[in-house]
Design a protein around this ligand. Structure first.
Ligand SMILES: Cc1ncc(COP(=O)(O)O)c(C=O)c1O
Length: 368
């Protein structure tokens, strides 16, 4: 089976982790790896501060908590996203309100945002889906007008830019995941980046059980969302390769484009003229003109030894969100359709030309 994604862990990561362990950098209390990784990654994103955490989910949860968002508040989120985006609002006691997708990049449709803002709306969490950025200049303009906080979900967009500026540096906070299949990985892990010194301090406090003085007496409820030192050591080794990884993703995507462009009924990922897409995953939408359905295509690909995954089930369809008091039943017809018709296939940055051709040939055969 050609997997949708394969981790690329080399000798540099292995020795970085082993050396960190030898120095006793087992948790954040010891050594330099965590502050070094935080500084280096924040700097990569064009931000002043980085707060390393245990996952992308934790990063989002912590950012919403640090923003002071809680019961009685609403948070606008991309409808088409990993559940972690909505959970950040949900577990802080707020109601996530889905914003439907647009048809070209599959990101949240900025034309729909203003009509969804209510007196309860405190923040918006845009997701840079599959590596294509949201038009953050436009989104910030809307957010400023309505005094909304912006927390970017950059779990899939490390290195993606909008008019040359890094995703993660637009909102008050940007949240990254370093899960195994992300652009860079620490196995599990995440980071919140920000330019706001007060928010950085709050994030650090809440990440570490909100310890203050005297120790063991707590003014507020915190979390243990700490990263280990040896994960940060791995993150530093991965960060040295990030340009290579992104170049590999773009090579993979351009190669698929070249071979598949023009196939009737197959919508390929795009790159708008102001955007730099890092193609975290090569995602396509199967339209009626393709001749067979998305599920039939997935079956044909599986029969040829090619793994696929569907797009996300949108937030408007999640049973536990629908059951929450205060849930707003916003129709999301585009996100609904993407869930039915979208899939992604092998997208590793080191994918061989031979494997790319295998996928291409299998898709071409299936579409006939
Ligand atoms: C858009 C998005 N947000 C958040 C997450 C959560 O990150 P993690 O798995 O590190 O908790 C993911 C992926 O896993 C994601 O794709």
């Amino acid at each position: 089976m050609i997997p949708v994604f394969e981790p690329d862990i080399g000798e540099a990561e292995i020795s970085a982790v082993v050396e960190a362990l030898r120095r006793g950098e087992i948790s954040g209390m010891f050594g330099r790896c965590i502050p070094d990784f935080e500084r280096a990654f924040a700097n990569y994103c064009g931000c002043r501060y980085g707060v390393a955490v245990s996952s992308g989910t934790a990063a989002l949860h912590l950012a919403v908590a640090a923003a002071g968002i809680g019961p009685g508040d609403e948070v606008l989120v991309s409808a088409s996203t990993n559940i972690a985006t909505a959970l950040a609002a949900y577990h802080n006691g707020a109601v996530p309100v889905p914003v439907d997708s647009e048809e070209v990049t599959w990101n949240l449709n900025l034309d729909l945002v203003e009509a969804l803002i209510s007196p309860k709306t405190k923040a918006i969490i845009p997701v840079h889906l599959f590596g294509h950025p949201v038009d953050m200049d436009r989104l910030l303009e809307i957010a400023h007008r309505h005094n909304l906080m912006v927390i970017e979900d950059c779990a899939e967009s490390h290195g993606a830019t909008v008019r040359g500026r890094m995703t993660g540096s637009f909102g008050q906070m940007g949240c990254f995941s370093f899960y195994a299949n992300k652009i860079i990985t620490t196995g599990e892990g995440g980071m919140v980046v920000t330019n706001d010194a007060d928010l950085a301090e709050k994030l650090r406090l809440l990440r570490n059980l909100a310890f203050t003085k005297p120790r063991f007496r707590h003014e507020e409820p915190g979390y243990n969302f700490r990263m280990t030192g040896y994960q940060a050591a791995m993150g530093l080794a991965q960060l040295r390769k990030i340009h290579q990884v992104i170049a590999g993703k773009r090579r993979m995507a351009h190669s698929y484009h070249r071979h598949l462009n023009g196939i009737l009924g197959l919508q390929l990922p795009t790159e708008l003229d102001w955007a730099f897409n890092v193609y975290w995953m090569y995602a396509v939408v199967v339209k009626p003109k393709f001749g067979i359905t998305r599920d039939q295509l997935a079956k044909r690909l599986a029969a040829d030894g090619i793994e696929t995954r569907t797009f996300f089930c949108p937030m408007n369809q999640q049973p536990f969100l629908r059951a929450r008091p205060g849930f707003r039943d916003v129709p999301c017809p585009v996100a609904d359709r993407l869930w039915e018709t979208g899939l992604y296939w092998p997208s590793t940055h080191t994918l061989s030309d031979e494997n790319i051709l295998q996928v291409v040939n299998s898709v071409r055969r299936a579409g006939r």
